[in-house]
Design a protein around this ligand. Structure first.
Ligand code: PMP
Length: 286
């Protein structure tokens, strides 16, 4: 089945969808994105992603070309047309294609480029990695200083991911001034006793939609949450570690820079949080 994608108001087969070579995202990474997961044919935390999209667009002064109901309609249409039970909807908005290259922003009436596509991931919530956990290495965080804006400027996270793969690991935790900021495409956590520790929100990290939900559920379940920076050395002494993202949900981390945590097995707090998270978001999915 050919995938149907959405480009600037049209639903098209993927091989007929086109964006200009002058698009600001192609030339300057001048665009933002969101990834919303789909479980059982329904969107997980759609509103969280819609709110963050607006926040990213506002930060860069890009006009939001659609209203919530239109975004929702496109998401649902693509999920239906592509028969997605479990998977992802990727959304990108750019500052448009002014027809030439210039550092200055194009005129305000330049229409933003809008692209959405689905990724089919059968069994997304039952991935074997959730049972065995993932291994991470630490690498220096060399990204720009506004990581709270979800831009398509993903070269350094991509390089860091490849460094991890080269080292026989699954992902990298990024470290700045001696403390972990986040993973290449996820937020990072450690667990000590019954306490969940994750970096506080600032310009240094992406404000994860999954992070917000997981911390809310953790507090509701009477778990202790501490939002502060931690070092790799502290993480290596923790009882458990995990990451969160819209596509990985809550994923155990069992090794950090070659040091095994919890005997190299996913921990109980992480497993419980994953279960609570998946139960709750499935119930609220739209
Ligand atoms: N941090 C970074 C750098 C990310 O790229 C992502 C996922 N896009 C996250 C955190 C997790 O955010 P979310 O839970 O909203 O997917």
């Amino acid at each position: 089945m050919t995938r149907t994608v959405y480009v600037n108001g049209e639903y098209l087969p993927e091989d007929q969808a086109k964006v200009s070579i002058f698009d600001r995202a192609f030339l300057m990474a001048d665009g933002v994105y969101e990834v919303t997961s789909v479980l059982g044919g329904k969107l997980i935390d759609f509103d969280g992603h819609a709110v963050r999209l607006q926040r990213s667009l506002d930060a860069l002064d890009i006009r939001n070309p659609l209203i919530r109901a239109e975004w929702l309609e496109i998401h649902r249409a693509l999920v239906t047309q592509n028969g997605i039970e479990d998977g992802l909807v990727y959304l990108q908005v750019t500052r448009g294609a002014p027809g030439d290259r210039d550092f200055a922003f194009p005129p305000a009436d330049t229409p933003p480029t809008v692209v959405l596509f689905t990724q089919n991931k059968p069994g997304l919530a039952d991935t074997p990695a959730a049972k065995v956990g993932i291994k991470v290495i630490s690498v220096e965080d060399l990204r720009w200083a506004r990581r709270d804006i979800k831009t398509v400027q993903l070269l350094y996270p991509s390089l860091a991911k490849m460094m991890a793969k080269k080292a026989g690991c699954d992902d990298a935790w990024l470290v700045e001034d001696g403390a972990v900021t986040e993973g290449t495409s996820n937020n990072a956590y450690i667990v000590k006793g019954n306490k969940i520790i994750t970096r506080d929100l600032s310009h240094d990290i992406l404000h994860g939609i999954t992070r917000a939900a997981v911390l809310r559920f953790a507090r509701e379940a009477q778990m202790e949450v501490e939002e502060r920076a931690f070092t790799i050395a502290e993480a290596q002494l923790a009882d458990e570690a995990f990451i969160t993202s819209a596509s990985a949900f809550v994923m155990p981390v069992v090794e950090i820079d070659g040091v095994a945590l919890g005997g190299g097995k996913p921990g109980l707090v992480t497993a419980r949080l994953r279960e609570i998270y998946l139960d709750e978001v499935r119930k609220a999915a739209i």
